[in-house]
Ligand binder design. Structure first.
Ligand SMILES: [Fe+2]
Length: 312
């Protein structure tokens, strides 16, 4: 089985329409490489706009991927709360988050891509995005890591949490899927690694600390212990905008957060996972972003705004 992993597309038809074309390029490329399954680990939309979800849905439909055996998704913080694009959006963002109906947004996300969940097992009905599905000898386990907004605890709406109900649901999933011949792959939005500060200056270290706090995943250690105990083979995620592979506590992680938002706006990335003869092989592939007629100005704007806006 060959899987392509994308994340953090941050589709935004209004401010950077070329991302839809870049996503199309990535999916087309992945299909040419002979993938059986596509995984997207959240932040599909930058600002939680219906048109962005619909744009991805249309692409998936066009490529015949709206199929539970070919597509798996998990939700990101931007898919629920949206985000800040321009500096002028910052002031209004907390109020927007305060009035966001978390549960309704999760339901709507699921509704846009309902075909992907058709064959999934949901251990607890109120956990809308905690599920498992079996495809060949692979069990895909989806987790919703997005915390609710709180002006004190989660003021940027970018932190994560694994609730005790989710732990209950995950235990039910693992007890139902205990075949040792099956590979267990977890999909989650939040990351598990903290890179070293870019430099040792006090100011840089301070902002790094703020960033780590804003994007933290509560109960991470407990979750890692559960993954270890249940012999999870691979954890696919995004959130942090970089594409890297790493190991922690003997667990194997692959981040596709740099799919679109790399440091080079002319590059795209796609992660490949190949499961063959009880072996898992991974690869992060970089490809040049095609230039699309009519989007040249958007490319320049995208580069400028990427530098200016937060990467949360
Ligand atoms: Fe993101």
């Amino acid at each position: 089985m060959k899987i392509a992993h994308l994340s953090d597309l941050h589709l935004c038809m209004k401010n950077r329409p070329m991302v839809v074309q870049q996503t199309k390029q990535l999916i087309q490329y992945a299909l040419e490489q002979g993938i059986d399954h596509l995984v997207i680990t959240g932040d599909i939309s930058h600002n939680n706009e219906p048109q962005d979800f619909i744009a991805l849905r249309k692409l998936l439909q066009e490529f015949g991927l709206l199929d539970p055996n070919k597509l798996s998704l998990t939700i990101g913080n931007h898919d629920i709360f949206g985000g800040v694009y321009f500096a002028t959006d910052i002031a209004a963002f907390p109020e927007k988050c305060k009035h966001t109906n978390y549960r309704q947004e999760v339901r709507e996300f699921k509704h846009y891509f309902s075909e992907a969940f058709e064959n999934a097992y949901f251990p607890l009905p109120y956990l809308e995005m905690t599920y498992a599905k079996s495809i060949d000898n692979v069990v895909i386990i989806g987790i919703n890591s997005i915390d609710r907004y709180s002006s004190l605890r989660n003021p940027f709406a970018s932190a994560g949490v694994i609730s005790s109900a989710q732990f209950d649901g995950l235990k039910m999933i693992f007890s139902k899927n205990n075949d040792k011949n099956c590979k267990k792959i977890v999909l989650i939005h939040h990351h598990f690694n903290h890179g070293p500060p870019a430099d040792t200056r006090l100011q840089s270290r301070f902002w790094k600390m703020i960033e780590n706090y804003a994007n933290r995943l509560s109960h991470k250690k407990r979750l890692l212990r559960l993954f270890k105990k249940q012999h999870v083979d691979l954890i696919l995620h995004g959130h942090k905008h970089e594409s890297v592979e790493y190991r922690k506590m003997g667990l194997h992680f692959l981040n596709a957060g740099g799919t679109i938002d790399t440091n080079h706006s002319d590059e795209l990335r796609v992660n490949f996972i190949t499961i063959e003869n009880d072996e898992i092989q991974t690869e992060i592939r970089t490809l040049p972003a095609a230039s699309f007629r009519g989007y040249q100005n958007s490319a320049v704007n995208q580069k400028r705004t990427m530098q200016a806006r937060e990467s949360m």
